[in-house]
Ligand binder design. Structure first.
Ligand code: GLN
Ligand code: ZN
Length: 772
């Protein structure tokens, strides 16, 4: 082989990234945003921090052939796109201030928090596909027009180029953008396509002019079920863009991720673009079909490193399946993470407290890019060139695979021997309800709350002091008990019927349980952006789940000892624990969920044995686990409901099981919700004026319901009359004998001074309804 061929070969695999977390290694963006909003810093300082973060992120991506530009955002990339396309809600059009002011107004209702804030109502926020990232929903109407504002993107491109970055601008593709829009009138957003495309064409022309070689267009909507009109929109849109890039040469990389292409596969591979990025982690099984259909002139970027999870990649196994593809595709093969790394924490190197085993199994964003470079080198220069690193990877992967901390035979055996009977109550609802009524002696329209009471400064300080070892466990417990007692006395004064202990001892409804379960680990800095400046630190479910000892019984029985009123024990359900964690990739979600279900079941049974007759199992996140394709919903719902039932149903008829969900758009999953067979379900409904209960006109929900009558997201106090009106509306759809009166959700974010009058009105309303 001549030196020249070696050199060509060494360049054969192109490595790139789709997006990098922008929050910063230590959440610098969050702190910069928040101090700007408070008026402590000015726009210049905020923008300077942003530029520093971008510089750092680009440095960390050195070694890649193409590095994303435009993925950085001061709040949200969908909102950035709306600004770039000139699609702003009319309500901010005539306000004074800078563009940045308007940007934050749409994002969060106001710019800087001053008295002249010119507040507007913030754009609606919703989940970005099946992630826990929330974007600002673009609004459109029949008369929406678009106009290009490319300044931000061009400036960042120039900034990157000045820093020697091999910049690849990243934008949301036109069809996905339109699909994410919400019509504020009776129009059909798809009719706006013809107007939208010229703006994208102009943008591509400008990017070409500015020297971009490749532009990445994100079209994740291709992994969802699209009807014929939306499929046609793709063909139209990309033909239009192809016409532009013909005149203004720049290559388009169409990026899909989060799933398979299925029905959209043929359409996708034949779009007139230079390359396609494909999520080979979630789409692995479909890859042969994709390869067979891929036209011979297209680049194929394979996302082989999981951008949605925190495990190390099995590099050897990945190389084994990539090697034949290299032979087939040659230089047309690119490699990348499966999706933007926005959904994983920044850097594992920050972690000081994770033990060596677990640390060795993990990879955060920076580590994932290192894996990518390794794969590239192994494929370009041979595995020998990275032998040591590959051997280390094998060691880590095997350590996790064989660890006794991951595998607990007793837990696996318990899951394997789950019987149908474990998912069933002794008797049907009607019979149980009678026994519970006898036992609990509750009035008509019983009142309760959803679990938490205000997390006061005193509670947070006590928790922090305990964490920092400046108070003892006994002191901490005494403080929490005092809080519990306080909340019980308040509830008694209010005259609520079923009391709660108030959750003072819990910082977070998943973390609290995760910390007490075997099989969970917690990072110190594993933050992931949820929206704007809000970050979450999902616990890491790494091993078979077991519960060494009761988790809540001492607190609940203490609370019960203080009162003669029934106390509602409060647990987080298995599906919610699962959906808010980083989960295992070595077994199915269902399997992990069933393990969690068995642990929660033990807790439920211990609570019952300790004399707790009402137990609530929160499934706040059940809906968010729904797969992206409707065709996959039923399978998910089947195992999710099964897991809930296993957790809940190991009790006597007399024990009343409640569940709670923080939403009520469950028209489309109502049958599954009914199937959970909880005796009582409490849901969020107050803001929708009970309209969301319309589903019950057609679907005869068999059990009891507490439709929320107090919007806990608002500082406003609902009046007695408002609550009565809401309950009367509810009673039109659900028999009064099966209605409960309660707030929409937990009260932890409110002040006692707000909660007391609201609950006074709620209890008074229930009394008035009873005597009506
Ligand atoms: N029991 C929890 C609470 O009251 C429920 C929270 C939730 O649904 N998100 O805080
Ligand atoms: Zn809730």
């Amino acid at each position: 082989m001549t030196a020249a061929t070696v050199k060509v070969k060494a360049k054969s695999i192109t490595l790139h990234n789709l997006g990098f977390p922008r929050i910063g290694n230590k959440r610098e963006l969050k702190f910069a945003q928040e101090s700007y909003w408070k008026g402590e810093t000015n726009a210049e300082q905020l923008l300077a921090t942003a530029a520093q973060l971008r510089r750092k992120n680009w440095q960390w991506q050195q070694g890649l052939d193409w590095v994303p530009v435009g993925d950085f955002s001061l709040y949200d990339q969908v909102l950035d796109t709306s600004f770039a396309l000139g699609n702003l809600p009319k309500r901010v059009a005539n306000l004074s201030g800078s563009e940045l002011d308007n940007y934050f107004r749409v994002a969060r209702g106001r710019s800087v928090n001053d008295s002249a804030c010119q507040c507007v109502h913030a754009g609606e926020m919703t989940k970005w596909f099946d992630t826990n990232y929330h974007y600002i929903v673009p609004e459109v109407t029949a008369d929406t027009t678009f106009s290009l504002n490319s300044e931000r993107l061009l400036a960042q491109l120039a900034e990157a180029k000045a820093q020697g970055v091999n910049a690849k601008p990243v934008i949301i593709g036109p069809v996905t953008y339109l699909w994410l829009c919400k019509e504020k009138d009776a129009s059909d957003r798809l009719t706006l396509l013809a107007q939208l495309l010229p703006v994208y064409q102009q943008l591509l022309a400008e990017l070409a002019e500015a020297g971009a070689d490749w532009v990445q267009l994100d079209e994740p909507v291709l992994v969802t079920e699209l009807d014929a009109n939306w499929q046609a929109a793709f063909a139209i849109a990309y033909q239009a863009l192809a016409n532009t890039v013909h005149k203004h040469p720049v290559k388009l990389l169409l990026a899909t991720y989060f799933g398979t292409l299925a029905d959209n596969l043929t359409l996708t591979v034949n779009l007139p673009v230079a390359g396609i990025h494909y999520d080979a982690v979630r789409g692995r099984a479909e890859l042969p079909t994709l390869l067979a259909a891929l036209p011979a002139d297209k680049v194929l970027s394979l996302g082989v490193i999981d951008g949605r999870n925190i495990w190390k990649t099995d590099l050897t196994a990945t190389l084994d399946y990539l090697q034949p593809l290299v032979a087939d595709l040659g230089e047309r093969l690119w490699l990348a993470p499966s999706c933007s790394l926005l959904h994983v924490p920044v850097d594992l190197a920050n972690e000081e407290k994770l033990d060596g085993d677990i640390l060795s199994w993990l990879a955060f964003a920076r580590q994932k890019l290192a894996e990518l470079l390794l794969l590239g080198k192994a494929l370009n220069d041979g595995r020998d060139s990275v032998a040591t690193a590959l051997a280390d990877n094998v060691k880590a992967v095997n350590s996790r695979r064989n660890s006794t901390r991951v595998h607990n035979p007793a837990v696996k055996a318990a899951v394997n021997s789950i019987t149908a009977a474990q998912g069933k109550r002794v008797s049907g609802y009607t019979e149980r309800a009678e026994k519970q009524a006898q036992h609990l002696q509750l009035p008509l329209y019983p009142t309760t709350t959803i679990g938490s009471f205000p997390q006061t400064k005193a509670i947070r300080q006590a928790r922090l002091a305990f964490k920092k070892h400046s108070i003892s466990l006994a002191e901490y417990q005494a403080k929490m008990k005092a809080e519990i007692e306080y909340s019980i006395r308040e509830q008694e004064k209010l005259g609520l019927d079923v009391l709660v202990h108030g959750e003072a001892e819990r910082n977070d409804m998943v973390e609290y349980f995760g910390e007490q379960l075997e099989g969970y680990a917690f990072s110190q800095f594993g933050w992931v952006q949820s929206y704007g400046s809000r970050c979450v630190k999902p616990p890491i479910l790494f091993g078979d789940i077991s519960r060494p000892q009761p988790m809540t019984v001492a607190w609940i029985t203490f609370a019960q000892s203080l009162t003669d009123k029934p106390m509602k024990g409060m647990l987080t359900g298995p599906v919610t624990i699962l959906n808010w964690s980083f989960v295992r990739d070595d077994q199915s979600r269902r399997q992990s969920c069933l393990q969690l279900a068995l642990a929660v079941r033990q807790e439920v049974q211990d609570l019952e044995a300790a004399g707790v007759n009402v137990i609530q199992i929160d499934e706040a996140a059940l809906r968010e686990g729904l797969p992206l394709r409707k065709a996959d919903w039923q399978h998910y719902l089947d195992w999710a409901v099964e897991a809930f039932r296993i957790s809940a149903n190991g009790v006597k008829d007399e024990t009343q099981i409640h569940t709670h969900m923080c939403y009520s758009e469950f028209n489309d999953i109502i049958a599954a919700i009914a199937d959970m067979d909880a005796d009582v379900i409490t849901i969020e409904t107050s803001r929708s004026d009970m309209e969301l209960l319309d589903v019950f006109e057609e679907f005869a929900y068999p059990n009891q319901i507490g439709p929320g009558v107090y919007d806990i997201h608002s500082p406003n106090t609902p009046t007695q009359a408002q609550i009565i009106k809401l309950m009367q509306k509810a009673a039109e759809r659900i028999p009064a004998q099966r209605l409960w009166v309660n707030p929409d959700c937990g009260l932890k974010t409110r002040q006692w001074a707000e909660v007391i009058p609201a609950l006074q009105n709620m209890v008074a309303a229930a009394k008035a309804l009873r005597s009506a």
